[in-house]
Design a protein around this ligand. Structure first.
Ligand code: 5BU
Length: 264
């Protein structure tokens, strides 16, 4: 893939249509990191310990809170939000909503997790059509802080059906509300040159090619030179035998170097 030239994060934060994206671009600029760490752990102690120790190196922590076995709102979310303020990062709940608008609104705002209360970012499949964005956006009505949505336009897993026409139509759907839908989970740059979607990319690994369940890894250089804005890394940082602090610094440095080369 040929390298893509884009404006700096700092230039983009002045003009981006989404308040959440402006806040995110400011964090990236101030902390000089385009690393999102995926906190895929099963206990609250591990989740909070990693959020505290790795907080300085990331712009975003991504969570799957439904996989935390000892989850309670008070013992996980309250301290996580506190840590997000202390270390200046955003929280992205990788919920992958995929239902009709009315149902996703309830799933976003209610139940045990009350995602809209604390997750600055969440994501959704475009499969149900634009009503899914309307439903989730309705869920932000009583929230007095920036919230943003990413649509899943492409996936990192082998054989993903989110390609070609599906990806193009996902971009079209995102265009309907760029105040809230600020970008995509994708593997490539999406949108036209006069649009500014934030691209966040999972499936990033410097030492592995994939796993036994369909995950596929690309290098940091490949992903950032191809026009992605934020790398999402999980097991590359936490897998057994790896030191999460050393690896976080390594991915942060690689991400920033690749970005610096891109804006030159
Ligand atoms: P890994 O350990 O770096 O493979 O973790 C990747 C994370 O990103 C994991 O939480 C997945 O659920 C998530 N992910 C992904 O890997 N690929 C995708 O296309 C999407 C999410 Br969308």
């Amino acid at each position: 893939m040929s390298a893509i030239t884009l404006k700096s994060y700092e230039d983009r934060l002045r003009t981006h249509p989404s308040p959440l994206a402006r806040r995110l671009l400011k964090i990236i600029t101030d902390k000089q990191t385009n690393l999102c760490v995926s906190l895929d752990v099963q206990t609250k102690d591990e989740l909070l310990r990693l959020a505290d120790t790795l907080g300085p190196y990331v712009c975003v922590f991504k969570t799957h809170v439904d996989t935390v076995e000892d989850f309670t709102y008070e013992s996980v979310i309250v301290p996580l939000v506190e840590l997000s303020k202390r270390h200046n990062f955003l929280i992205f709940e990788d919920r992958k909503f995929a239902d009709i608008g009315s149902t996703v609104r309830s799933q976003y705002t209610s139940g045990v997790f009350k995602i809209a209360q604390w997750a600055h970012i969440t994501n959704a499949h475009a499969l149900p059509g634009p009503g899914i964005i309307d439903g989730l956006f309705a869920g932000t009505k009583n929230i007095n802080e920036e919230r943003g949505l990413l649509l899943l336009a492409e996936m990192s897993s082998a054989g993903s059906l989110a390609t070609g026409d599906y990806t193009d139509k996902t971009v079209d759907i995102a265009r309907k509300n760029t105040f809230f839908t600020f970008g995509f989970i994708a593997q490539t740059r999406l949108g036209s040159p006069n649009e500014d979607f934030i691209i966040m990319t999972p499936g990033v690994g410097l030492d592995d090619k994939g796993d036994s369940l369909g995950q596929q890894y690309r290098t940091v250089d490949d992903v950032i030179s191809g026009g992605s804005d934020i790398i999402i890394v999980g097991r590359g940082i936490f897998a057994k035998g790896r030191d999460p602090i050393t690896e976080s610094k390594r991915y942060r440095d690689a991400g920033w170097k690749a970005y610096t080369a891109r804006v030159k």
